[in-house]
Design a protein around this ligand. Structure first.
Ligand SMILES: Cc1cc2nc3c(=O)[nH]c(=O)nc-3n(C[C@H](O)[C@H](O)[C@H](O)COP(=O)(O)O)c2cc1C
Length: 165
């Protein structure tokens, strides 16, 4: 593998990309930096989720041979259907891994903040009214109303094993 390429809005995907680089020795690059790898290089792509779409993946696929993908989102691992995520992002034959990031409303701007404010006032408030919230509901409530950082290097174990195999 020639490199790890990340696309990050608030830093979680960058941190996962950097941690993956430390664990595997594969160099890491920002998708939008000019000094990246040559066209067609074999890469692992790490990108954040926006409405179920992995940001930056389309650009990365145009430049590189994307051999594996890590999607970074706010959802609790296991809640999202990996099959649906694969389908939505045209990843039928590419291994896909999910990494939970987090978010802080104060780190968002413009349309991203607007989108999350709407979610907070709709989904967030309905979760607050739930009688028996699940652990995943509690995580969502924390993210919407306080902000939360669920970055954990241990989440990388599957992708590290894949890269070392
Ligand atoms: C506008 C917007 C849309 C989002 N859509 C999703 C989503 O569809 N699924 C998900 O799990 N997380 C979603 N998130 C949460 C981000 O993917 C999450 O905060 C992630 O950790 C951000 O990574 P980054 O810090 O690398 O930008 C969304 C966040 C924003 C701001």
């Amino acid at each position: 593998m020639d490199g790890i390429i990340f696309c990050s809005n608030t830093g979680f995907s960058r941190r996962y990309g950097q941690a993956l680089s430390e664990k595997t020795g594969i160099p890491v690059f920002n998708l939008y930096d000019s000094q990246t790898l040559s066209q067609g290089a074999d890469v692992v792509f790490v990108g954040w989720l926006f409405g179920g779409f992995i940001q930056g993946l389309k650009e990365a696929k145009k430049r590189y041979n994307v051999r594996a993908v890590c999607a970074v989102g706010m959802s609790t691992a296991g809640v999202l259907s990996m099959e649906e995520l694969k389908k939505k992002n045209f990843l039928t034959d590419t291994p896909l891994f999910y990494l939970q990031g987090g978010f802080f409303m104060e780190n968002l701007h413009g349309i991203h903040k607007f989108f999350l404010m709407i979610l907070k006032h709709t989904l967030g408030k309905s979760l607050l009214k739930k009688e028996n919230p699940t652990p995943a509901d509690k995580e969502s409530i924390k993210m919407f109303f306080e902000g939360a950082d669920f970055f954990n290097e241990d989440n990388l174990s599957e992708v590290v094993a894949f890269l070392k195999s």
